[in-house]
Design a protein around this ligand. Sequence first.
Ligand code: AMP
Length: 504
Amino acid sequence: MSANLFEAIESRITCKDAPFLETTGGDKYSYGDMLALSAKYANALISLGVKAGDRVAVQVDKSPKALFLYLACLRAGAVYLPLNTGYTMDEVAYFLGDAEPVLAICRPQVKDEFKALAARLGGMEVQTMNGAGSLAALAEKSEASFKTAPRKADDLAAILYTSGTTGRSKGAMLTHENLTSNARILRDFWQFTSDDILLHGLPIYHTHGLFVATNIVLFSGSSLLFMTKFDAAVLCGLLPRATVMMGVPTHYHRLLALKEFKADMARNMRLFISGSAPLSSETHKEFSARTGHAILERYGMTETNMNTSNPYDGPRRAGTVGLPLPGVDLRIADVKTGRLLPQGEIGIIEVRGPNIFKGYWRMPEKTAAEFRPDGFFITGDLGYIDDQGYIHISGRDKDLIITGGLNVYPAEIEAVIDALPQVSESAVIGLPHADYGEGVTAIVARNPGKVIDERATRDVLVKKLAAYKVPKRIITVDALPRNVMGKIQKKALREQYKNLFNRR
Ligand code: AMP
């Protein structure tokens, strides 16, 4: 039997006139439109030579069309490969060289660069999303019906790149079964029905906005109130029309910063969900005091989809990520030995279930190293289980920085900074930041006789790195602190500069 995620979506649609998506600009799409438009894009993909199992890379702005393209890839049996629009061409070149897509869809302004890259890589077609001769134009002329391609449960539906801690990015391979099982579980756990309207202000190149939000809506027959980019003031205006919101902690923080954000705006809301980064207890409490709603915090990652959630009915406890979702096994192990730890002790979080990815694209050794022999995935997150069974995340094993809900891996930034002639070495750390959660900061040691100008260095980095990865501050020191083993003491640096952004 076929296990294509889209067939599961299709089989549930009972009313084609039911609303599926409305943009802030007032454009409306029904479930019937979703079926027709995803069919048109699927036909366009096929006419461009895309076959089942082929990768389709997509670096486009958030729009309803981009969502229909994701669904079209599922229907064609292709492997969807979304890329953050903030990635520079250097970064894109690495992803496309690694994933070898047959087709890359980009924004018109970078078409020439994509074409040059395609000529270098070979075997890859390039199409723009919009404009004359674009994929959208081709889709417009294509048939509005399409027979969804059969897929097996462990066939790939998507590859999402997660930046590697060693500087090398890894493509997380997500199967149809991974995405289908998680969407079903979350729909039921969070009690979504066709009456729900989800306020969607998240990017759609990341697991949160793409899979968690979109797939649950499709699995429940509910609808999306679709913001092409997050804006707290705009969101306030839309809130009275919504029943559920999914956001990153920065979104909640920004909402609370608005004086005009009042409880009455949330009069039709039944649920606020937060994830992708730790939500502070202060924000949880302040939100509850202002609106009467306890934000439901959940925990997941690109590789695993969602693992835990605070209860829908029952206490949503600030500072915790709740309990393992149905079907997910979760345990805590000693970081070094892998020995299982008793309740209450901090260790590495390991998870197992139908939600866990198939492995890293073309990295069998890396994949093997991150799984235990009994199938548990080693998340790299540190945490513990309290006496009520709730999971607490204590920190990250690998110095991952999360800024505004987006991950920044220091090794990648350090490699770019270290390549500058005036720099001898660097340490990139995340420091508490009232707005972003963490602010990316580089502590840089200069080469003898050289000067490091903060602004000039940032100007160079902006050309090489996506904006959210560029350090907000670059601090020059004579030498970085090291322990006797020669390791840079990032903990000491974090302590020393902890008030850099949030001065008291
Ligand atoms: P990503 O793969 O981009 O989704 O990032 C996954 C990482 O984000 C996890 O491994 C955690 O470190 C972090 N994360 C996600 N949700 C939470 C949460 N609710 N609390 C703390 N950290 C979280």
